[in-house]
Design a protein around this ligand. Sequence first.
Ligand code: ATP
Ligand code: MG
Length: 558
Amino acid sequence: MKISQMFFKTYKEIPVDAEIKSHQLLLRAGYIKKQASGIYIFLPLGKRVLNKLTNIIREEMDNAGANEVLMSNLLPIEVYEGRIERFGSDMFKLQDRTGKNFCLGPTHEEAFTAVVKDVVTSYKQLPVILYQIQTKFRDEVRPRFGLMRGKEFLMKDAYSFDVDSVGLDKSYNIMLNAYRKIFDRLGFDYVVVDADSGAIGGSGSQEFMVKSDIGEDEIVVCQKCGYAANKEKAESKNFILNKNEKYENKQKVHTPNIKTIEQLVANLNKNESDFLKAVVYSYDLGIAVALVPGDREVEETKLVHALNNTIKLEKATFEEIESVGSVAGFVGAFDLKNCIVVADNSVQNMQNFVIGANESDYHYIGTNLCDLKIDKYADIKTVKKGDICNTCNSKLDVIRGIEVGHVFKLQDSYTKLFNCKYLDENGNSIIMQAGSYGIGVTRTLSALIEQNSTNKGIILPEIVAPYKYYIIIANNKDEEQKNLANTIYDGLQSNHEEVLLDDRYESIGVKLNDGELIGIPYLIVVGRHAKEGKVELITRKTGAKKLVDLKSLGLVQG
Ligand code: ATP
Ligand code: MG
């Protein structure tokens, strides 16, 4: 392709609303263009890369024996019966001209299960894995970071159906390995982590996390034994917070206008871990008070499970806090009414701690568990860097990651709902065991750029780069340079190489900047050495520059 024929525009300036590197470069390189918040158009360069990415994913899915299909985007809302409330406002809902309710598919577990239920009758048709590469729609509360979190995004979603849980384990491993191959081929620095299984529970859920400081997820990793889990799910050893001291009696202290733990630490001459932090929530069944040591936060995903997978979990309002007999900023788990009090397991080790007195401007010091009314203990605290690994006793680290893929043993959660059964050898009708496997394709593209770029531009791995070579004619008015550039262009094209020729009447500086910006691994600069039949080859990844002749480009001289 010649740039003069291409729908091509790059930008020097960093777009104002693009905070992260990949978003800035995607826009600057003219890969994408914003349509509206969280919605993007793919321009020629971006579309080429997206095609290559989807082809790699498609190849590995096909190699794994999965069948490609294409579900509809527009679905009757009844398909999601049972999950509509859980999706809430994330789901785009609409009506047709007769008033019938539809939605735009946010994910397709139900649609696939319904199809398999119709088509599969016998154990002879199982196992089966189906997949699609399709646009998904989610009305995200905070679409951000360009393609990272969009309202409309491309996903590869696959679903496996098996006769039993042994079969499901096999299918799950097949998909897990296919995902490893995909992310290995893309050259990612990534980690596979244990993930929260949501309301469904069970043990089989893992996420593929690309390591990145801008990642929205926090991941707990043990460098020694390899334990890795999403922070929402991660566990660490229960620590002993206080030494075995003499039990004190609780004593009320005046703490006017002091509401935060930091202020209290300074005022009462205590450590953060000497405090028992109470956070009040409203949930499906009323009000819940969560207690964690003062140097921790409440891990809300864990709290959701402790509250029997409540759908709603919001910080309580001042009025709600008053309704349980307390006051914001001074909550203590003494005589609270009309609420459930859930304490983190580690609270059982606390002694002589400080807690709010349910009264404005007062705390209690020297408090002990016998003073409190706790309804339930559960693991609800955040894991911190330096915590002790449950498996090998060494110190845990917390890093950030971008979730690019998710594999999940659904077991019979959807198949049961849809009565998706098969007949076994003996004619018994049995519910299938299913798995669900997603890759955020457009998010993966962003993650690729996060890990493969400099301030000057994108440097994509060859297998996904929009073109392999970018030929620059240093001086368009120089016939020798022009001829050699065209010879190289034609030669590389007949060798089936993907090549872009910058034949514009622009300065060499402009052309070089564009060449460096748009993610092409090799630049060929045809300049003053053209008369000797030599050109400069720049390898973007290493920055290496060398003079080469046509032969070393795989072309015949002359
Ligand atoms: P997240 O926690 O980031 O919202 P999710 O758990 O909702 O992700 P899944 O429902 O498992 O994601 O979807 C499968 C994959 O689709 C994710 O691993 C992610 O890569 C991608 N994905 C999810 N939501 C978005 C989005 N709004 N924009 C782009 N990609 C997304
Ligand atoms: Mg989500």
